[in-house]
Design a protein around this ligand. Structure first.
Ligand code: GDP
Length: 194
């Protein structure tokens, strides 16, 4: 079985709140190997490339807000002036570009078996209010999607974690050059995976 790669970004809210070390520990203690690690100011071009500019991605994000509004009986047009999922997704991406440049971010590439499942499980739901206790988003944020939308900003949900095997490969290659990535074996692997 082959290992996979995932990209983790400790987002500006978590960096500014001094949570970086605590969050890195969550990934280390589960046994993932850190193969890349750097602190940097994200440039606009990289953030634009990081979040897809596809209708499928815009629609996924827009539908999150639409579903939430439907469940709570909120008129989505009050905030977004539209009920088109793709247009809403595009607006959220604009907010993300500003947010990612608010402070430095800590970017980390990790490797492990079924690493995408692991990093998403550790991260928790995108909407912190819905993220289970014990997950990073559940433990370190309680941001509300309604509040985020009302104040025209993305959910401040502490981290980014790759969501698919292909995305993990792509995102690691976007944020790291080959000479910034390292290959080594953690000494506890022979106990964890005999
Ligand atoms: P993730 O993979 O869990 O980070 O979720 P997505 O890739 O779908 O969304 C990217 C980021 O956009 C999220 O982490 C949030 O910061 C933000 N976001 C997503 N959906 C919404 C939304 O409906 N409203 C707002 N305000 N922000 C959102």
């Amino acid at each position: 079985m082959k290992k996979q790669k995932a990209l983790i970004i400790i987002k500006p809210d978590a960096v500014q709140r001094g949570l970086s070390g605590t969050i890195v520990k969550r990934f280390e203690q589960v046994g993932l190997t850190i193969i890349g690690f750097k602190f940097q100011k994200a440039d606009e071009k990289t953030v634009i490339a990081h979040y897809p500019s596809t209708d499928a991605w815009f629609e996924k994000v827009g539908k999150r807000t639409l579903n939430n509004c439907q469940v709570k009986g909120i008129d989505v047009k009050d905030t977004f002036k539209t009920d088109d999922a793709i247009t809403i997704g595009k607006q959220v991406k604009q907010w993300l570009i500003t947010y990612f440049q608010e402070s430095p971010v800590l970017v980390m590439a990790v490797e492990g078996y079924e690493v995408i499942e692991i990093v998403r499980k550790l991260s928790g739901n995108t909407i912190p209010v819905l993220a289970a206790p014990g997950t990073i988003r559940g433990d370190f944020s309680h941001d509300s999607i309604d509040l985020a939308n009302e104040t025209c900003r993305p959910l401040r949900n502490v981290i980014h974690a790759s969501d698919a095997v292909e995305d993990g490969e792509k995102e690691v290659a976007l944020w790291f050059t080959p000479d910034e990535l390292f290959s080594y074996v953690r000494c506890d692997e022979k106990i964890m995976f005999p």
